[in-house]
Design a protein around this ligand. Structure first.
Ligand SMILES: O=c1ccn([C@@H]2O[C@H](COP(=O)(O)OP(=O)(O)O[C@H]3O[C@H](CO)[C@@H](O)[C@H](O)[C@H]3O)[C@@H](O)[C@H]2O)c(=O)[nH]1
Ligand SMILES: [Mg+2]
Length: 214
């Protein structure tokens, strides 16, 4: 996963994954504009393996995280640049995340959650086992996209593959198991790069599931 080379940045003229738009509006009589990024809605799932009392996360290389991390240190032009990977290794872009996926097929949030847990973590779990926790808006200044958060308890018997994502789609994901008595430490651990949904889901788990079962 950390074998990253030939990194160069260009402008993005068109994309299946995002589209920049400018919204013009009048607020309190004042003419305004705001630049936004249209992206897919998504689902994230907190996976708890009750057979071995471990939380199941995914670890992956995130180009956007890598880019922002490198930019902070280099402050070059945005595009048309080559990144020196010997100076900036892939570790700058590795994240810990909840299993997650974008809604880009004709499937509900819950069905997408089921598919992502199978693809990324290798567990085949009945649809009704996915418990909806809540939803929230990601990147409110730029995207406003919706993410629904689910919780699912899995067992070793449901593990049908190693997971790791869909190779044909270029996914390369490590499944990470964290013992439940250590998971809370991840919340404030800034040596690990992680999205806000990851922090929230962990806090929810220790407030509602772990606490309740103790
Ligand atoms: O520029 C891109 C973007 C996506 N992909 C492909 O699309 C897949 C998308 O994977 P998926 O698992 O469906 O979505 P995630 O990348 O995990 O993103 C979701 O999970 C993230 C972590 O919670 C959130 O930040 C995002 O908003 C949410 O969409 C990738 O693996 C690639 O195969 C590309 O090839 N190029
Ligand atoms: Mg994903």
């Amino acid at each position: 996963m950390e074998n990253i080379s030939n990194v160069f940045i260009t402008d993005c003229k068109e994309s299946h994954y995002l589209k920049p738009l400018r919204i013009h509006y009048t607020q309190n009589g004042k003419q305004k504009m705001w630049d936004v990024m249209k992206v897919h809605n998504s689902v994230a799932i907190l996976v708890y393996n009750i057979s071995r009392d471990v939380l199941v996360f995914v670890k992956q290389f995130r180009p956007a995280v890598y880019y922002c991390s490198v930019q902070k240190e280099e402050s070059q032009d945005d595009a048309n640049q080559t990144i020196d990977t010997s100076k900036f290794p892939a570790s700058h872009g590795i994240t810990y995340e909840l299993c997650a996926g974008i809604i880009d097929k004709d499937m509900s949030f819950q069905e997408t959650a089921q598919a992502e847990v199978l693809e990324e973590c290798g567990y085949k779990v009945p649809l009704e086992k996915f418990q909806r926790i809540t939803s929230f808006r990601a990147g409110v200044g730029t995207t406003g996209a919706l993410q629904e958060l689910y919780y699912v308890e899995v067992t070793d018997d449901q593990r049908v593959s190693k997971g790791g994502g869909i190779v044909e789609e270029g996914e390369l994901i490590d499944v990470v198991e964290v013992p439940v008595d250590q998971g809370k430490n991840l919340v404030m651990d800034e040596t690990i790069q992680k999205p806000a949904a990851f922090l929230f889901a962990l806090m929810w788990f220790y407030e509602n599931i772990r606490k309740a079962s103790q």
